[in-house]
Design a binder for this molecule. Structure first.
Ligand code: GTP
Ligand code: MG
Length: 217
């Protein structure tokens, strides 16, 4: 299963989608506060500290639009960002698998993440972020199984690729691909990224433009 490769046209569509400044829409602490279902949404899910908010900032070229932190557990709500031109939304999700967090918070975030992933009909794709240094963990597998069961399409994204050597990255790509092949709802191509160096950001923009196109927004 090779890494995603996008045509010049697909890359141009991705570039166009992120050319003008994206805006923050709202922060939903629970499901009753999410916006009405309209347009196409893509969600960024993954373990705490994997780099979800950083990746969104890199995509929209606005550092600080999504709040990031060295400390896991920064994002505690569903944060919505919108294209200024179209009903295309990025959803920054709370992380999961943060063992040090208070039990009550872990439970609440888990409920929010699961409830959202299963209940959103206009959710075009979930980007499942995996730290390139660590690969797929047990908690990721649980989310993958949940998405498989509910047939929610998802694509694996390796983050922090700048933190490992090229041969290590090649290895984790191979291993992650092998694991993904067992999951029916997983998109067949993963994208290796770095919010620091910009690796894979253009590809991710192209992937999001594809989703927007599929949903004709
Ligand atoms: P939660 O909101 O707590 O779930 O975390 P998150 O997944 O949103 O992670 P966040 O974007 O806040 O990043 C966590 C830490 O990783 C921050 O210190 C970032 O600067 C760092 N980081 C994120 N992406 C990258 C990357 O591509 N490369 C490097 N070197 N560091 C990164
Ligand atoms: Mg975050």
């Amino acid at each position: 299963m090779p890494q995603a490769e996008y045509s010049p046209e697909e890359l141009a569509a991705g570039e166009a989608l992120f050319r003008s400044a994206w805006v923050f829409v709202l922060s939903a602490p629970s499901l009753e506060f999410v916006p009405p279902m309209q347009g196409a949404e893509v969600a960024f899910a993954g373990r705490s500290n994997v780099g979800k908010s950083s990746l969104i900032n890199a995509l929209v070229r606005h550092h600080g639009l999504a709040r990031t932190s060295n400390t896991p557990g920064r994002t505690q709500e569903l944060n919505y960002f919108r294209s200024p031109d179209r009903d295309v939304f990025l959803v920054d999700m709370p992380g999961y698998g943060f063992a040090q967090a208070p039990k009550e918070k872990v439970r609440a975030w888990g409920e929010l993440v699961r409830g959202f992933l299963l209940g959103r009909q206009n959710l075009g794709r979930v980007f499942l972020l995996i730290d390139a240094r660590h690969g797929i963990k047990k908690v990721d597998l649980e989310i993958m199984e949940l998405l498989d069961t509910c047939a929610v399409s998802y694509q694996a994204v390796l983050t922090k690729a700048d933190k490992i050597k090229p041969h290590e990255l090649a290895q984790v790509i191979r291993e992650t691909e092998a694991a993904l092949a067992k999951h029916p709802a997983a998109y067949p191509f993963l994208i290796a990224t770095s919010s620091e160096t910009g690796l894979g950001i253009e590809d991710l923009r192209a992937a999001i433009a594809q989703v927007a196109e599929q949903h004709r927004v």
